[in-house]
Structure formats: C-alpha cells, structure tokens
Design a protein around this ligand. Structure first.
Ligand code: ADP
Length: 285
C-alpha cells in the first residue's frame, strides 16, 4: 500500500511552527509583517486560492492585504498597485494571483515586483537565480512539491526524477529544484514522444500538466513516488493528473488531490514572507 503524501497534515504542523517564528519576528522588528495579494479575479478558482493564501497568512500572524482589482484593469493600474506595495516598508511579500488576463503583458507586470518581496518567485530575477541553482524565492507550488517529499522522508539526491509539464509556474521550477537537490532530472511535455515510456523510468514522478488521468497504472514503475500537482475543476471537485485509484496500489508513495501539494503552497508563501521580512531587518528567525 502506497504511503500517502498528506499535504494537509504537513500544512497544519508547519503553520504552528511558522506562528512561533512570526511571533519572534514581530518582537524583533516591532511591527506585523504584511503580505500583499493582488488579484484580478474575484470569483472561481483564483478566488479560492486568494482566500486560502490570506487565511494561512493570518493564521500564522502575518497581516494579509488583498488588493482586488477589476478583471478589466489595465497594465498600468496593476503596475501601480505593485509599485505602491514595493514602496511600503510594512509589506514584506507580494504575490500576484495567476493566471492574469491573457491580454495583459504578464512578464512586464510581474517584473515590477521587488525581487526582495517576490515570495512566489514570479520575477525574471528569481527565475534566473533558480535556473542557476542560486538561493532565491522559488515559485511556492514548486517548493511545496519539494517540501512534501522532504517532510515524508523521501530522498531525492541521486535518484531519477521525471517532471511532466514545463510551465514557468510549476514544471520548470520543480525541475530546477530537483536538480539543485541532486536528482537526475528529465522534463517531459506536450511534444514528448511516448510519455509513458519516459515516466516509467521515474523513481520520483512530478506531474503538472493539467490533464486529468494523464498518468495511469501503465505509466509508472512499481514503488515510484508520485506527486500530483494537477488541479482541474471537475463535477466532483478538483481532479489531479494521476488516476489515483489505478496508480495507488502500485506506487510507493502518492499525493492525493485535493489535500496534497495544494495546502503546502500557501504555507510556503507565508514562510517566504517571514523570511523576506527577517532579511529586510537583517535578522534570522
Ligand atoms: P500548469 O500551470 O499546471 O503548469 P500549464 O497549462 O501552464 O499548466 O502547462 C501545462 C504543461 O503540461 C505544459 O508544459 C505542457 O507541455 C504539459 N502538457 C500538457 N499536456 C500534456 C500531455 N498530454 N503530455 C505531456 N505533457 C503535457
């Protein structure tokens, strides 16, 4: 029977630890650190995401500030909102909820975020550091994958890892983090020929394609560790990319959807906010 990589339990424990760290931080810096969450969607999946991130921040003692702009806001309006947060010394971290409307110049907008406050690794500076294997804030979901492995005692160094998906928010950064952790990494994507042949070679398989049931029992090796990052809304709730029922009897470990990587993401954002605040103050907590 596969070990279940329980993100909910991990998040609950991590929140307690972060709350204690946040208290020490507040005593040291004399104010409550703020996390600015800028969003252009006030409903749907993005709305749920924003509420979860804000609630987690508040639970550990960070002040969440949700800045809800109209979904038809111009690039200038979004950029101004980011700049206002960059200029506020109380604001330790800034996250811009994605996806942004397609008509907006995403790269230009995200690169307005002060890299020191870039808690979701959204800027080109952060991505560049990550690609080089240097210390930086990585995208929170990608780091959540690594935390889930680490917290469950799953070794990464020297192992063969396969990532399905190469998006800038998940696939690419997860591959960079796995590489930094000394895995041997293969990245597969939409154009990969014979995906199952590649994924069957994985000792650690991270799936972030956004295609429900992409990975079935024939696509994994016995005993493999499977982390499912897919969250496609379906009639019965969120659907992962992995056919859980088919894969679970063969896998060594597997993350459920929901309750796997998802809950860890908001914890990582809170943790990054504390680290950003501490580093601004020149202390460590
Ligand atoms: P996410 O935000 O989950 O990363 P995106 O839609 O931005 O989702 O990216 C999806 C990624 O998954 C892309 O890199 C794409 O190449 C990959 N992908 C999509 N469908 C498949 C497929 N059938 N097989 C392998 N990779 C796929």
């Amino acid at each position: 029977v596969a070990q279940i990589l329980d993100g909910k339990a991990l998040a609950a424990g991590a929140k307690q630890e972060l709350a204690a760290r946040c208290q020490r931080l507040i005593e040291a810096i004399g104010h409550v650190p703020r996390m600015a969450i800028i969003t252009l969607e006030d409903d749907g999946a993005s709305g749920v995401y924003v509420r979860t991130v804000a609630r987690t921040a508040a639970a550990v003692g960070i002040e969440p500030l949700v800045i809800a702009l109209h979904s038809d806001a111009t690039a200038e309006t979004v950029a101004e909102a980011i700049e206002a947060q960059n200029a506020d010394p109380q604001v330790a971290g800034i996250v811009v909820a994605q996806p942004l409307p397609v008509e907006l110049p995403k790269r230009e907008i995200l690169d307005r975020i002060d890299p020191a406050r870039d808690i979701d690794g959204a800027t080109t500076i952060s991505a560049g550091r990550l690609a080089r294997g240097e210390a930086t804030f990585a995208p929170a979901t990608a780091e959540g994958v690594m935390r889930l492995l680490e917290a469950n005692g799953i070794p990464v160094a020297g192992r063969r890892a396969v990532v399905v998906g190469r998006s800038p928010v998940i696939g690419r950064p997860v591959a960079a983090l796995l590489l930094a952790a000394d895995a041997t990494v293969t990245v597969s994507h939409r154009k990969t020929a014979d995906l199952a042949e590649i994924t069957r070679q994985a000792e650690i398989l991270v799936v972030a394609a956004g295609v429900p049931h992409l990975i079935g029992s024939g696509a994994i090796a016995a005993g493999a560790v499977i982390v499912d990052v897919g969250i496609t809304p379906g009639p019965g709730g969120l659907q992962g990319d992995v056919d859980f029922a088919a894969v679970e009897p063969i896998a060594g470990a597997i993350s459920p959807v929901p309750g796997g990587v998802g809950p860890v993401t908001s914890v990582i954002l809170a943790e990054h906010t504390l680290e950003a605040a501490a580093s601004r103050a020149g202390i460590s907590v």
